[in-house]
Design a protein around this ligand. Structure first.
Ligand code: PLP
Length: 361
């Protein structure tokens, strides 16, 4: 199988797996302690969590705290639901192509303002921002079309209205610097070769949040619940690798981008080619039957561009926001690659997909 769905999840890095194994903690080990217990085994586990926290912190700008959560979705929920301005009824403004973790959470609370993107999939920076906005949520890299948002400009817009800035950094973390202008940044381990089931919220020093999970008071009282030292250790090791290999990984992704762009020369790119992470290709071909294509290319793991991640079959809100018709969205596919994708895999996957697409006439 050739895996070209890196925006959905990524393979676990061998270094992350190695780091996790000791902390899985069988009965003959000393490593199954509860990191919140005061005895020696507990302190050993807590030390492993703190090493991981420092490794994960290296992904972020200086001047903030890392709160471990169960996922980026949970981190985003903490950032929004734990925000005093949002709780007091101020609006949350969000970009139209945000992930469901942002859009559905904000809409569930109410009081929201949606900000449009252009046909290139980039937010319009001089968009009207109402005064009653208390929180602005903008993702750094889009998960469907890979476009990179002008975070520094949006941070200025947030400051002008006195709003805090939440950045969904899930698809950017480990690939590029996360924005120093943000007040909060959410990330997920499994998108950067770490384990599934752990994410983090970075919170600027001095910013107070209201807990949304109550209980034993872990994670500075913001997110109660026993941490998994194994998941933390895996996340930490994956983050350390990502920081160390950032340039090398980006160069590799760029090489594969060139192969894919050349192969799909006659197809139309969805979203900007330049203001984009080059580990994502979202493309369309008029009249393409994507369901048939996917069933004929079982060896290649890729995604239909039209359906959102939940597999609900709804037309993607992202493709709609950049002005695509239903038919155009339905003839779109998303390919995503990264560190462990080889040139040979990419070439082979492109020819399999092209052959199947061409056979549709
Ligand atoms: N934000 C973006 C941009 C994503 O791509 C994802 C995952 O698909 C999430 C948030 C949610 O991450 P998690 O799987 O950790 O909840």
């Amino acid at each position: 199988m050739i895996y070209l769905d890196y925006q959905a999840t990524t393979p676990l890095a061998p270094e992350a797996r190695e780091a996790m194994i000791p902390w899985l903690g069988g009965p003959d080990s000393n490593t199954f302690g509860n990191p919140h217990s005061p005895h020696r085994m507990g302190r050993m586990a807590a030390a492993a969590v703190e090493v991981a926290r420092e490794q994960v912190a290296a992904l972020f700008p200086p001047g903030g705290q890392v709160i471990f959560t169960g996922s980026a979705t949970e981190a985003i929920n903490l950032a929004i639901r734990g925000n005093a301005a949002v709780r007091s009824g101020e609006h949350t403004a969000f970009c139209a192509i945000e992930h469901a973790a942002v859009i559905d959470t904000v809409k569930a609370i109410g009081n929201w303002t949606e900000l449009p993107v252009g046909a290139d999939g980039v937010i319009v920076p001089d968009v009207d921002m109402p005064k009653y906005v208390g929180l602005l949520a903008v993702m750094q890299v889009n998960n469907e079309i890979g476009t990179i948002q002008p975070i520094a400009e949006m941070a200025k817009r947030a400051k002008e209205t006195g709003a805090l800035l939440l950045v969904d950094g899930v698809q950017a973390a480990g690939k590029m610097a996360l924005p120093a202008e943000a007040d909060m940044i959410a990330v997920s381990a499994h998108k950067l070769h770490g384990p599934k089931g752990i994410g983090a919220l970075w919170v600027r020093d001095g910013l107070k949040l209201i807990p949304h999970v109550e209980g034993g008071g872990q994670e500075q009282g913001l997110r109660s619940g026993t941490l998994s030292p194994a998941l933390c250790a895996g996340f930490g090791a994956a983050a350390a690798q990502a920081v160390e290999r950032m340039e090398e990984d980006a160069t590799h992704a760029e090489e594969l981008w060139q192969i894919a762009r050349d192969a799909f020369d006659g197809w139309t790119l969805n979203g900007s080619a330049e203001q984009r992470w080059h580990g994502n290709l979202n493309i369309r071909k008029d009249g393409l039957d994507v369901a048939r294509l996917m069933s004929e290319c079982r060896e290649v793991m890729f995604s239909a561009g039209s359906a959102c991640a939940s597999g609900s079959g709804r037309t993607s809100h992202v493709l709609r926001a950049i002005g695509l018709s239903d038919a155009q969205a339905k003839s779109s596919i998303r390919l995503g690659w990264g560190r462990y994708t080889t040139r040979e895999d990419m070439q082979r996957a492109c020819s399999i997909i092209l052959e199947a697409a061409d056979s549709q006439g």
